[in-house]
Design a protein around this ligand. Structure first.
Ligand code: IMP
Length: 208
């Protein structure tokens, strides 16, 4: 069955993460939709109780679609490290929250990146440092219909962190075929190859 099409007009970006909202806005720019974020509409941020990226993306998209009574787009993403059995995976954001527990409020990305590095270091200097970012996009309509798309980018983890662009774990992720981390690459270059761009290309092909 073919996917439901997005029609021009308002679309809620079901995220309170400013880095993600910025990237999603940039990716949607050419398509005539009018993005507004869940934060701007004061919509509540649902608890991510799912055990898969798709479950979490869908519960965020549904909460915003119902709250704003219009189509909503959510992104659930994370970093999967091969030597750590694909951790932190669906718990990527939680690792930062836990890492920040002792250092103050908010999510501390430096400590979260350090936690991943600490676990890799425990496995020894020859450990496989490969991993991938994954992004699951969920589109939800107020009538209950939904569409799901997944994208990935493969790369390896470096230490210490490098670069100031992007967000989250970007300073330790070097995409395959590049020398620079995602936080050193020009945003347009990140958008050309990222997990979010890969998922977006699938969404655009199916729904726009
Ligand atoms: P969630 O999707 O809200 O559960 O959060 C996933 C977390 O994965 C983010 O808060 C970031 O830490 C991380 N993440 C997802 N996408 C990226 C990215 O493009 N660069 C760096 N970190 C990312």
């Amino acid at each position: 069955m073919s996917a439901r099409k997005l029609t021009p007009g308002r679309l809620v970006i079901a995220s309170h993460n400013q880095g993600k909202v910025r990237e999603i806005r940039e990716l949607l720019e050419p398509y005539g939709v009018e993005p507004v974020s869940a934060g701007e509409l004061d919509l509540p941020e649902p608890e991510e109780t799912g055990t898969t990226f798709a479950e979490n993306a869908l519960l965020k998209a549904r909460a915003s679609a119902e709250g704003a009574n219009c189509v909503a787009l959510a992104d659930d993403s994370g970093l999967c490290v091969a030597a750590l059995d694909d951790a932190p995976g669906v718990y990527t954001a939680d690792w930062a929250e836990k890492a920040a527990f002792e250092s103050g409020p908010g999510r501390d990305w430096y400590m979260a990146m350090g936690k991943v590095e600490g676990k890799l270091a425990e496995l020894g200097p020859d450990t496989d440092r490969s991993g991938y970012f994954t992004c699951t996009l969920a589109l939800a309509w107020p009538d209950g219909h939904h569409e799901i798309f997944e994208g990935r980018v493969h790369g390896s983890l470096t230490w210490p962190p490098r670069g100031t662009l992007g967000f989250g774990y970007d300073p330790v992720f070097v995409p395959n075929g590049h020398e620079q981390t995602f936080a050193q690459l020009d945003p347009a270059d990140k958008h050309a190859i990222s997990h979010r761009a890969d998922a977006f290309a699938k969404l655009v092909a199916a729904c726009l």
